[in-house]
Design a protein around this ligand. Structure first.
Ligand code: HEM
Length: 240
């Protein structure tokens, strides 16, 4: 905004009441994203528990029975790239990064898609024939949809279709979060015997491999519909 005085055109800081601030400046007054701390804490706890047996590079540490010699290395690839996806997901969701550091948002987004979802998803697909049979179709569908939504989200970004980009990336986050975290949360207490269960364990596995990601997609869709038209500062042309 400029005004003319004796010195010529001078920049005038717009007042808040005029609503003329740049989105980046406005963000200072936004509520802090406390929810992100919860998401980050769960992801870090998940990784601390899940990664060590596969970071050790020692096949005897595998938590799942190995079916052939290269099986362990498929899991290692899956977990390595999966960890990149989960860590960059935190950066992608962080509103402050999106507004103040668009370059970080851009690069972590690329890492999420090309060093996270795609390679980790491909390793998951490669393991499917030897994976635990219960819920295998649910896992297969989530792997394909995880990769598809991430790639399509990136393509829409390249086309400048920011609203569709945002929608697809949120679907992608919902799928991986649902498959990994909810699968973990639903399955673990039973697997560790914290919740006594005398029925068929396959029913639990089947549920764990469907309920989380399908439920998450329903919740994200509901949230997108509910917040339609609201400025959530999620993606702007400058930050995408
Ligand atoms: C939608 C996304 C994902 C799908 C579809 C998927 C699928 C799979 C499949 C099929 C297996 C083999 C399980 C078996 O043999 O029964 C597996 C194992 C594993 N995945 Fe994923 N995965 C996904 C995301 C991730 C992410 C992001 C991580 C984060 C590091 C991860 C960590 C692991 C680990 C640690 C194992 C080994 C199993 C264990 O030790 O409990 N996965 N995953």
């Amino acid at each position: 905004m400029t005004q003319i005085d004796q010195r010529g055109p001078v920049a005038v800081k717009p007042s808040t009441s005029e609503g003329g601030q740049h989105p980046a400046a406005r963000s200072g007054k936004r509520r802090r994203a406390w929810w992100l701390l919860g998401i980050a804490a769960v992801i870090i706890a998940f990784l601390i528990y899940q990664v060590p047996p596969y970071a050790s590079m020692d096949p005897s540490q595998s938590r799942i029975p190995l079916q052939f010699p290269a099986h362990y290395w498929l899991i290692v690839g899956h977990v390595l790239f999966g960890s990149v996806a989960m860590l960059t997901l935190i950066l992608q969701l962080w509103p402050w990064i999106r507004r103040r550091h668009p370059t970080v948002h851009r690069w972590s987004g690329r890492a999420y898609v090309f060093a996270g979802a795609i390679p980790s998803g491909l390793f998951a697909v490669a393991m499917l024939p030897v994976s635990y049979p219960a819920g295998r179709i649910g896992v297969a569908m989530s792997a394909v949809l995880w990769m598809a939504t991430a790639v399509l989200g990136w393509i829409k970004l390249r086309q400048g279709r920011y609203a569709v980009h945002r929608r697809l990336m949120l679907y992608s986050f919902a799928i991986v979060w649902g498959q990994v975290i909810w699968g973990f949360v639903i399955g673990m207490p039973f697997a560790l015997g914290w919740i006594p269960f005398t029925g068929d364990f396959d029913h639990i596995v089947e549920a764990a491999r469907w309920v989380g990601w399908v439920g998450n997609l329903v919740v994200v869709q509901w949230w997108l519909d509910r917040t339609r038209g609201r400025d959530l500062g999620l993606v702007t042309p400058r930050t995408a």
